[in-house]
Design a protein around this ligand. Structure first.
Ligand SMILES: [Zn+2]
Ligand SMILES: [Zn+2]
Length: 123
């Protein structure tokens, strides 16, 4: 879990299943640390509004930083039932009033919507 800054595994509302994750990326300033949510007393502050480099303390606003990251998705398509992998932008769109990561099935083009879990407290 150290190398990802987001991970989810869930059944989709329309059927099918998806796992999604985002790898941490190297600090653009020092190139050594992996940018992540700040850590305080050994615990990651998931709700922090910024990402920081553990090496040089360079920090970037979450809103600015997250869309530059790549969301990787491994899914079982709710429409055609095939398994596949694709990538999307790590930024939620509001779809039917719910914050959602939307990617498309590489086989049939159906939308695969990973909605925000309402009880998810991670961010
Ligand atoms: Zn750094
Ligand atoms: Zn499909």
């Amino acid at each position: 879990m150290d190398e990802v800054c987001y991970f989810t595994n869930r059944d989709l509302a329309e059927g099918g299943h998806a796992r999604a994750w985002v790898f941490k990326e190297r600090c653009p300033k020092c190139g050594k640390g992996l940018m992540g949510k700040p850590v305080e007393k050994g615990k990651v502050k998931m709700r922090a509004k910024e990402y920081v480099c553990p090496e040089c303390s360079y920090s970037v606003d979450k809103e600015e930083y997250e869309p530059t990251l790549t969301l990787c998705v491994a899914y079982t398509c709710p429409s055609c039932g095939k398994d596949g992998e694709t990538t999307g932008m790590y930024k939620r769109k509001t779809i039917k009033g719910v914050p959602t990561y939307r990617v498309q099935c590489t086989d049939c083009g159906a939308n695969i919507d990973i909605t925000k879990k309402m009880k998810e407290k991670k961010d």
